[in-house]
Design a protein around this ligand. Structure first.
Ligand code: ADP
Ligand code: MG
Length: 679
């Protein structure tokens, strides 16, 4: 019978379907004690006056639950026929749910009910599991309670050996973890609240530790298995540039990361490095020095940017820095066509071009190199792990890959979603930067905001006005932008003021011209959608006004703000909103006004949105944790990370006696989990 009902599950599925809470049958409240601020409550009473009232959308089933202290109204808007069939008037029920007040009376909508059975009067807590309903379950007509019964039966048949320990004994001892069998029993049917907490901790740790072990093994395997081109020496190009053309002293963080890259690329395995640095931390220079290192060893480099504007800007910047150096650099984007394009493709094949900068779509598709040694992917953490792996596998010896991202990822997320990569952080800004002052203003204050912008422009500075781009309604945002443009024009009339506008609907050339005019200072104002979000560098721009700021996400706001504060002058970011903004939007704006630190912002973003929504991590299987949460279990994750790293370093094949049960477990999981690589 158990087998039959289990048809849709494996035993493991069932045991791994954890309850989201427990009810303690011994804790029954009195109806009279329900207060307006009561949230969830459990009461017991007799069901009376069941009736269906209202029609169409207001149709609902209502009933009254009566205990010795008072009455509680119950209501169902859905599943009315089920309620009619299942519940019996006059029966005593144990009722659990969230209470609300309606017309001054306590009410509970869609309560959970079961026939009341008095709890044993032995003073112990009896914690019964409540399982989240899943589609799979509903489709089979199984409810959470039946599931509880199945699980109970299953657990009573499972022997400790069926749930053999999979964590190394010394770690269990060190962290005082409950053993695996007990943990499974107690996560479902805890003998006490403390036992439940212990079970939870153990299972969370297990989940995090296993995922960290896998990531470490993948990373180590890549290091060992994948041959990489060797940059064995620092040569004349690097040294010449460093000694004579470097426009500034490198920051400590830049130096450290370059050392990391240098060590990594010299070892003969492929580097796959994620470089995180907040906006303005100077990642471009790190990329350039790495490219020079490649060139010193006879290899070509390519730098890929997500947008045409950014590719151009990188190209212009690098070309300028390299003007006195014997290095050929080319720009390759969708708008480079005809003979010019042919020449570049030929140059790359012949190795007469050493560096190519372009949009990645273009470079990925068609370009062939004579001997590509380094790929720099700029501002691009939107790549999934799998995508990255596919990127350059065509080459016999894959080039080194440096992925640079300016949207900081919280450490915990980086550890899990990108744990297979080598990872560098630039946590230092070049000296002399002044923090950007960020303020929130309501629409009503627009005139004074405009006055402020005028003052800045009169000092010779430049300003951005940014409008949101709402993907679902491109037309609408386009109209908003045009209206905004007219409005800005009315405050800043020509010819005294000159305005550039850039948006996604413009042909590439027009976009470029308008952008270039702003970059060169011909125009003082840039009106734009978020196309300027990434990378654009105009140090003379000191004000950014973000229109309808409530519509932007945190990391986007931070990216945008990073366009100012790039020079030595004090910069400002003004977040304009209407008076209506959601609580979350207000929270985002508050955070923006409070800090300039991208890593702090990323942490908050993760807290507000949860890991599933952070760009680029959605497809990542690494984040599908059952019990652990990278938001709430940071310390445990950190611990799991450290222990896993040590373990893999000490015993990369997991053949030491103390690691055998771990290895056995990982192998048994391998079939389920493709990305876990262990041989
Ligand atoms: P990001 O990390 O956002 O890509 P960039 O590489 O665009 O930052 O650098 C931002 C600005 O800081 C540029 O104008 C760059 O020339 C300048 N910069 C970079 N490194 C240093 C440094 N060590 N000292 C002073 N200025 C620097
Ligand atoms: Mg950059």
């Amino acid at each position: 019978m158990l087998r039959k009902e289990l048809g849709i599950f494996t035993m493991g599925d069932l045991l791994d379907h954890f309850p989201n809470r427990h009810i303690d049958k011994t804790k029954v409240s009195r109806i009279a004690d329900i207060r307006p601020d009561t949230e969830y409550i459990q009461v017991a009473g007799i069901l009376r006056n069941m009736q269906v009232i209202g029609d169409k959308r207001a149709r609902r089933m209502v009933a009254v639950l009566q205990d010795e202290s008072g009455l509680l109204e119950l209501a169902w808007f859905q599943g009315i026929s089920w309620v009619q069939k299942t519940l019996v008037e006059g029966q005593r029920y144990l009722v659990f749910g969230r209470t609300g007040f309606f017309n001054g009376k306590a009410q509970m909508v869609h309560p959970e009910l079961e026939v009341y059975v008095p709890a044993k009067a032995d003073g112990k807590a009896y914690l019964e599991p409540v399982y989240p309903a899943t589609e799979k379950l509903k489709a089979r007509g199984l409810n959470g309670r039946q599931l509880g019964k199945l699980t109970y039966q299953l657990l009573s048949q499972v022997k400790p050996d069926d749930l053999a320990e999979n964590l190394p004994e010394d770690i269990c001892r060190q962290l005082q973890l409950m053993n695996r069998y007990e943990a499974y029993s107690n996560i479902h049917f805890p003998v006490s609240p403390q036992a439940y907490q212990d079970a939870l901790k153990r299972l969370k740790f297990e989940e995090l530790f296993m995922s960290q072990i896998r990531l470490n093994l993948v990373r180590m395997e890549r290091h060992q298995a994948s041959r990489g081109v060797v940059f064995e020496k620092v040569g004349t190009l690097f040294n010449e540039f460093y000694a004579h053309h470097l426009p500034f002293e490198l920051t400590g963080a830049q130096k450290r990361v370059i050392r990391e890259i240098r060590t990594d690329t010299g070892k003969g395995h492929q580097m796959n490095r994620l470089l995180q640095g907040d906006v303005g931390s100077g990642k471009t220079m790190v990329a350039l020095l790495s490219m020079l290192l490649a060139a010193d060893n006879g290899y070509q480099s390519c730098m890929m940017a997500p947008t045409e504007i950014l590719a151009q800007q990188h190209y212009a910047g690098l070309k300028d820095l390299l003007k006195d150096m014997p290095v050929e650099i080319a720009l390759l984007t969708g708008s480079v066509k005809g003979a010019a394009r042919k020449r570049i493709l030929k140059g790359l094949l012949e190795d007469s071009i050493h560096f190519v900068v372009g949009t990645h779509a273009v470079i990925e598709d068609v370009v062939q190199f004579k001997n590509l040694g380094l790929v720099v992917v700029d501002e691009q953490h939107r790549f999934g792990v799998a995508q990255r792996a596919r990127l350059w596998e065509k080459a016999a010896i894959p080039p080194h890959v440096l992925v640079m991202t300016a949207t900081p990822i919280p450490r915990t997320l980086a550890m899990t979603a990108y744990g297979d990569l080598d990872y560098s952080v630039m946590d230092e800004l070049p000296p002399g930067r002044q923090p950007i002052t960020t303020v929130h203003r309501y629409e009503q204050a627009r005139a004074s905001v405009m006055d402020f912008v005028k003052t800045e422009i009169s000092k010779g500075r430049q300003a951005y006005f940014i409008y949101p781009l709402i993907e679902e309604s491109e037309k609408l945002s386009y109209e908003d932008l045009m209206q905004g443009y007219e409005q800005v024009k009315s405050f800043f009339p020509e010819p005294k003021y000159r305005i550039s506008m850039v948006h996604g609907r413009q042909p590439a050339e027009q976009k470029d011209t308008n952008m270039q005019r702003f970059v060169q200072g011909d125009t003082q104002i840039m009106v734009s959608t978020t196309v300027i979000e990434v990378g654009v560098n105009v140090p003379n721009a000191t004000v950014m006004v973000i229109e309808s700021a409530e519509k932007f996400g945190l990391s986007q706001l931070h990216q945008l703000r990073g366009r100012v504060g790039r020079g030595t002058e004090k910069s400002f970011c003004i977040l304009l909103t209407g008076s209506k903004a959601s609580r979350e939007a207000r929270e985002r704006i508050k955070i923006m006004c409070a800090t300039n630190d991208g890593f702090k912002i990323a942490e908050k973003d993760l807290e507000i949105r949860g890991p599933g929504d952070i760009d680029g991590t959605r497809q990542s299987g690494a984040l599908n944790f059952k019990v652990a949460s990278i938001v709430n279990d940071k310390e445990l994750l950190e611990l799991a990370r450290n222990l896993a790293e040590k373990r893999c370093e000490e015993d990369p094949t997991l053949d030491m006696a103390k690691n055998l049960q771990l290895k056995k477990y990982l192998r048994s999981q391998k079939r389920k989990n493709e990305w876990g690589k262990i041989s």
